[in-house]
Every structure is written in C-alpha cells, then in structure tokens.
Design a protein around this ligand. Structure first.
Ligand code: TPP
Ligand code: SF4
Ligand code: MG
Length: 282
C-alpha cells in the first residue's frame, strides 16, 4: 500500500481544523485507544471553547500523568503536561500569574485523588478561579489497569485479581466537603450535555469541579463500560436550586450516575478578588 506523506496528512488536518469547533483540535493524532471515553471529553471541550468564543491563545490546559495527561497535546492552545498529580497546583499558579487566561486543569482519578489528592482541598478552599475536569474511569489506564481511588469495592483489576479490598472515594462528596464553589457531574458519552456543563463551569467565577464519568475500554470490562454507563447515567433526579448543600450531598450519596450541575455558590468571591480586598484594606 502506498505510504501517505506527512504533508498530505498535515493538509487534511488543516482542512478539518477549519471546521467550526475543530479549530481547537491540534494536529497531533490521538494516542488513546479506539473507543476511549476521552474522545468524548475533548470533543465537549472543543465545543465549549467554540461557544464561549475563546481565542486559542487565551486557553491553557494543564495535565498531570496518565492517559488523561495527553489531553493538552490534542488541544490547539497553550498546554502543560506536568508531573503526576500536579495539574492543580501548576494550574493555580498559572491563573494567579495570568488572571486573563482561561485555565483548565485535567486529571485522571489516580492522578487527582491518589498521588495528587492533597491539592484538591486547597484549591477548593481558596476558590481559585480555574476549571477542573476529573477524567474518572475508575482505573489506572496508562499503567495497565490497577485499582484507583474510585475503583468499586470488590472489582477485579490487574492489581487486585481477587477483587479490590478498598472502599472507593466519592469525588463529588469530597469536592463539596472541601468547599468547591461549583460542583457538577458529566458523561463522556454525551458530549453535547458535557459541553453545556463545561461552559457553565468555565463561566463560574471561582473553583469549578467537574467529575466526568468515562470508560476505559481496554482495562475495565466489568464496571464503567459503555454498556453499563448507557444504562445507568441519567439526568439529576433531585432538583437543585441555588446553593443547597443538603441536596448536593444527597445527590453525592444517592445519585452516583446523575449528571448535571450539583452545587453552585455565585456569591463567594474567588481568590484574586479576596486578595485585592485584603490588600486594599491592609
Ligand atoms: C511519581 C509517579 N508515580 C507513579 C507513576 C506511574 N503512573 C503513571 S500514570 C499512573 C496512574 C494513572 O491513572 P489515572 O490518573 O486514573 O489516569 P488514566 O491513565 O486512567 O487517565 C501511575 C500510577 C508515575 N508516572 N509517577
Ligand atoms: S488505556 Fe483506557 S484510559 Fe487509556 S487510552 Fe486506553 S481506553 Fe483510554
Ligand atoms: Mg483513571
């Protein structure tokens, strides 16, 4: 078969990138497995950026390590592929230095809640104005299927072939407890709905936490599969009005597959506003 030249591919990709929201797609070809939920997530992110009319040069996506760590490579903007578990602190520093930029921090469940788990409480309590996307496939994908902080109890994984002995963390409950001013859950299989959530999270003035339910098609054949997610994911059953912590906590407990905006406190100032007020007073 005749080889396709890189010039030919570049030309074709340039054409594709010129289609509406695909201006946010980089020239890099995906390294994710065919069928991975992450394609749906970046698709939603491209669409959100388009509808928010963000300039490519005003966006920065910061990642840690894991399959999710590749995300900035596929976005036609500035990006930073940092160390394992460190997307939140790097994104926070960046936002504090360059308030004018739109900063997305992304991380897998292992990255964000395992090795990087110490950063979430602080970005939430400080209310730093970044959008955090948790790519929650409930497994370590990149390192080939070990149990993560969100792997269900007793699920068989490559690190626990007899069943996971650990109780999983509840990401939404954690984010609420830590004081995140915006908490939502989305689904990689619904890029249109996820786009709306990412738009709201981006427009929110303060720390926005979005848990995204997504499958690892290669290393999870029993829990968060497309088939199971399609059956389980629903819109939120409980009605969320304003900042209602009690309802939000009930959703965290009782609706683990409910997608939508779970909590939003629009009144709380974000970190740079607080700093300006304190510095003026002092
Ligand atoms: C300090 C350090 N410890 C461990 C690793 C190995 N490692 C790389 S990615 C990863 C976990 C990835 O899982 P997750 O964050 O859920 O991301 P996914 O691959 O599922 O997107 C681990 C343990 C590493 N790269 N650096
Ligand atoms: S290993 Fe899993 S998370 Fe990683 S790219 Fe493949 S399907 Fe996606
Ligand atoms: Mg993972």
């Amino acid at each position: 078969m005749e080889n396709i030249s890189s010039e030919y591919l570049d030309e074709k990709l340039e054409t594709v990138r010129n289609i509406d929201f695909l201006q946010y797609r980089s020239k890099e070809l995906p390294t994710w497995c065919p069928g991975c939920g992450y394609f749906g997530i970046v698709d939603a992110l491209y669409r959100a950026c388009r509808e928010l009319n963000l300039k490519n040069e005003d966006i920065v996506t910061v990642s840690g390590i894991g399959c999710s760590g590749r995300t900035p490579v596929f976005i036609n903007s500035y990006g930073f592929h940092t160390l394992h578990g460190r997307s939140i602190p790097v994104a926070s520093g960046l936002k504090l230095a360059r308030e004018d930029l739109t900063v997305f921090a992304v991380a897998g469940d292992g990255d964000a809640l395992g090795i990087g788990g110490g950063h979430l409480p602080h970005v939430a309590r400080k209310n730093i104005n970044i959008t955090f996307l948790l790519f929650d496939n409930s497994i370590y994908g990149l390192t080939k299927g070990q149990s993560s902080s969100t792997t269900p109890y007793e699920m068989k994984t490559n690190s626990h072939p007899a069943g996971n002995p650990d109780t999983p963390l509840n990401p939404v409950r954690l984010a609420l407890s830590y004081g995140a001013s915006f908490v939502a859950r989305g689904y990689a299989g619904d890029p249109e709905g996820l786009k709306e959530i990412i738009k709201k999270a981006t427009l929110h003035q303060g720390f926005s936490f979005v848990q995204i339910l997504t499958p690892c098609v290669t290393f999870d054949k029993e829990n968060r599969t497309w088939k199971n997610l399609k059956l389980k994911v629903t819109g939120l059953k409980l009605c969320v009005e304003g900042k209602n912590m009690e309802t939000a906590m009930r959703i965290a407990e009782d609706e683990p597959h409910g997608v939508g905006i779970i909590y939003q406190d629009k009144d709380r100032p974000h970190y740079q506003e607080i700093l300006r007020t304190i510095n003026k007073a002092g």
